[in-house]
Design a protein around this ligand. Sequence first.
Ligand code: ADP
Ligand code: MG
Length: 220
Amino acid sequence: MERTLLVLKPDATMRRGVGAAILERILDALPDARPLGFVERGVPKSLAEQHYFIHKGKFFYSWLIQFIRVGKVVATVLEGDDVVKRLRAVLGATFVDKANPESLRGKYGLVGGVNVAHASDEPGNAEKEITLWTRRTSLDIGSKGRNSILAYIEKWQGTPIRATQQIRSLCREYTQSYSSRAHYQERITNLLIGECPSWTRRKIQKLADAVLGNMDLDKD
Ligand code: ADP
Ligand code: MG
């Protein structure tokens, strides 16, 4: 029996319908997996850095630490046979543009590494991540998580998801010149507003900034 850590990133939690759809698909795809604990909260810088310590020094590291802190995340643990690999398969490849369009990242990810969720990559790392998150947050793996997940799905599943493709094409347009950043940030913010009820415009602007920031990483 294995365990894995699932964290919905701010592009999924702020786009409430996306968060709900992802959780619903995971319960559906892994019906035998047991959710343990559930928490929705912001990520302090120190937790973000510990969670992503293996990426320290890489060119995308500062972006990643900023991105995971744009809004609250949802964290839960899944327990089941071969659950690490099976959850990664449902999630899809790291980059939204390369992920199978039917996978969660391919379907709901915004662009590049703005890819809706983290899932542990192998059982040993999963246990380390679970230890970290249970120490640093109120994630309680002694408690059952399924009811909290179902309540989250029920609360947010009606929220529209309609801007994904438009945001992807604005990002492609942006990378053709990397100019007019403020203009693109504004347009992406406006598109996200319909998907992000209960978040302030300022927060949504930060999400749009992180989206463009991921594009900026590819600039020569
Ligand atoms: P995964 O999340 O699939 O395990 P990694 O552990 O390699 O992927 O990277 C952690 C996160 O960092 C990714 O999910 C993505 O958000 C971001 N990331 C990784 N590589 C890049 C990159 N080359 N450019 C932009 N973002 C990246
Ligand atoms: Mg990883």
